[in-house]
Unconditional design. Structure first.
Length: 253
């Protein structure tokens, strides 16, 4: 069951859930139970997913400009489809209030998040944000720089409506697409970016790599920033995520 949250005790459960998921340092929590209380009192979005009485997922969002809800934090137990259900609840909540789109940021190096956001939800990358939150000290990021992609979810777009019916968005990749960044084991390999369509790989498991080879993780961070970030800054459009490995980037001509 997924429902909106309003009680202080519920916000403390969200705080504890996020702590278990991310392993924040004491002073690095991005959002507190007190702030959640203030957000909901002002009409913003905080929801929880429950398995019986146990909270297994939660999401926090606030109103932005131009009929937008910004989804700041969403966390859930892995492998159970809870994150998808939370996004569906968030979408209906937004539509009921006349909101036409939801935005959020995510780490472009995390393959499963890129696949979830672009393929399963049909969201669209709008902006590459280098080191957006500064260096993060939680147990997942291990001091990595916080490059983020701003994802935009247009709630009534046909791609999104299909995704809601569990029809993933799989982008077409032409035969003449070039590989701008490849994956050679745990290391990035820069290639060509002069094609109309450029494929940009991300590592198989950046979270493992941060632990076992910090140098390789850093190399991936800067390679993706240099290739994907530069293409997006030049006006290229990310049209999807291919084979759970590559961003598909189309130059605008």
């Amino acid at each position: 069951m997924i429902r909106e949250l309003h009680a202080n005790e519920e916000f403390e459960q969200v705080d504890a859930l996020f702590e278990r998921i991310w392993g924040f340092e004491p002073d690095s929590r991005p959002i507190s139970a007190g702030l959640m209380r203030a957000l909901t009192h002002a009409g913003n979005y905080v929801s929880g997913a429950f398995d019986g009485d146990r909270m297994v997922g939660a999401s926090v969002g606030f109103f932005g400009q131009d009929s937008t809800l910004h989804s700041q934090n969403t966390g859930a137990a892995a492998g159970r489809g809870i994150g998808f259900e939370l996004k569906l609840h968030q979408r209906l909540w937004a539509l009921d209030r006349g909101i036409s789109r939801i935005t959020w940021t995510y780490d472009p190096l995390v393959r499963r998040n890129a696949h979830f956001n672009l393929a399963k939800l049909g969201a669209r990358p709008a902006e590459y944000l280098p080191n957006f939150y500064g260096v993060l000290a939680d147990a997942i990021n291990h001091g990595d720089e916080s490059d983020r992609i701003l994802a935009v979810w247009p709630l009534t777009d046909p791609r999104v409506e299909a995704a809601v019916r569990r029809v993933p968005y799989l982008p077409a990749v032409p035969e003449d697409a070039v590989v701008g960044l490849g994956d050679d084991g745990d290391r990035p390999v820069e290639g060509r970016t002069d094609g109309r369509v450029v494929l940009v790989a991300v590592p198989e498991d950046i979270e493992r790599l941060r632990v076992v080879d910090a140098g390789a993780a850093k190399a991936w961070r800067h390679a993706v920033r240099d290739v994907l970030g530069r293409l997006m800054e030049e006006g290229a459009t990310v049209t999807g995520f291919h084979r759970k490995t590559y961003y598909v980037v189309e130059r605008n001509t």
